[in-house]
Write a protein that binds this ligand. Structure first.
Ligand code: NDP
Length: 284
């Protein structure tokens, strides 16, 4: 039997429509339009597409957006100056620096320069610490989107074996914290994991966030498991695909997210949710 497809695109549309209503209400009652500022450095085509999609999503939800773009060889001080300016601007509620940054940048220093109250990506150390303590201010968008998808698919979390493949600061680690907070038993795998299959085959919930096309094949999945594919890769013929081999995985999994149309759209929806929240907090 084929797995239930968790439709991230449809869920994201619903979430974005709700956020648009809330943004309109904030404007009507407090005169505040949520505003996201996006900083893009360099000419990486994938980053340019992500930024374009984020700006477009803001506009569709009635948010304001600002975009600052710089050439790849820009001095980091220029970008830090822009961040300071946006930090000080009360009409800006969220600030996002599109990663990765060119080599001359210390990415951590850039992320730390963002006012934590405007850090809608949730990457500032203060916000990471708050998440660790179970008192999140901004939940990083991709893992937040995954949690919403699990909730929408009514996946039981308490006591579930959750296995995450990937331990990055932006996906794997915060994902682990969120699942742990919901009382999953969490295992985090990475490139040095000795026997990946041993772990993935006992997962009730398997999250793949690796960046390797189709590496999680059906034989690595427990029958009936919920499989969340965070990966965004391109095949040789230019098509998008995830870290999960969808064809073989859907025969074994109980539920699965597609790529495209899965986690990606939810990531953007959660960015808007964080921006709206920042704007609402600014009104208090
Ligand atoms: P990173 O490259 O930062 O992290 C990849 C992780 O995968 C690392 O922890 C690495 O281990 C681990 N890994 C690499 N090879 C293996 C292997 N063979 N077996 C087990 N683990 C392995 O990537 P990100 O977390 O930033 O992104 C992961 C994927 O998700 C990418 O495809 C990215 O494009 C996508 N993505 C999608 C988003 C969305 O909105 N859908 C948002 C963000 C990312 P180690 O730490 O040991 O090196």
């Amino acid at each position: 039997m084929s797995a239930h497809i968790i439709d991230g695109k449809a869920l994201a549309q619903t979430v974005r429509a709700e956020l648009a209503d809330k943004a309109a209400a904030l404007k009507a009652t407090q005169g505040i339009a949520p505003c996201l500022a996006v900083i893009l450095v360099g000419e990486d085509p994938a980053s340019a597409v992500y930024v374009k999609n984020k700006v477009m999503a803001c506009e569709q939800a009635g948010f304001r957006s600002l975009k600052a773009t710089y050439p790849a060889n820009v001095e980091p001080a220029v970008v830090l100056g822009k961040i300071a300016e946006l930090n000080a601007d009360p009409s800006v509620h969220g600030i996002l620096v599109q990663l990765p940054l060119p080599q001359q940048f210390d990415s951590d220093a850039v992320l730390e320069a963002i006012d934590p109250a405007k850090d809608v990506d949730g990457f500032h150390a203060e916000n990471v610490g708050a998440l660790m303590q179970g008192k999140p201010r901004f939940i990083p968008c991709t893992p937040h989107g995954v949690m919403k998808m699990l909730e929408s698919a009514k996946v039981p979390l308490k006591g579930a074996e959750a296995v995450i493949v990937g331990r990055s600061n932006i996906v794997g680690k915060p994902m682990a914290m969120l699942l742990l907070a919901q009382s999953c038993t969490v295992t985090v795998c990475h490139s040095r994991t000795r026997d990946l299959a041993f772990h993935t085959r006992r997962a009730d919930i398997l999250v793949a966030a690796v960046g390797q096309a189709k590496m999680i094949t059906g034989d690595l999945i427990k029958r009936g498991a919920t499989v969340i594919d965070v990966g965004i890769n391109r095949t040789a013929d230019g098509k998008l695909c995830g870290d999960v081999d969808f064809e073989s995985a859907q025969e074994i999994a109980g539920a699965i997210t597609p790529v495209p149309g899965g986690v990606g759209p939810m990531t953007i929806a959660m960015l808007l949710a964080n921006t709206l929240e920042a704007a609402q907090r600014s009104a208090r």
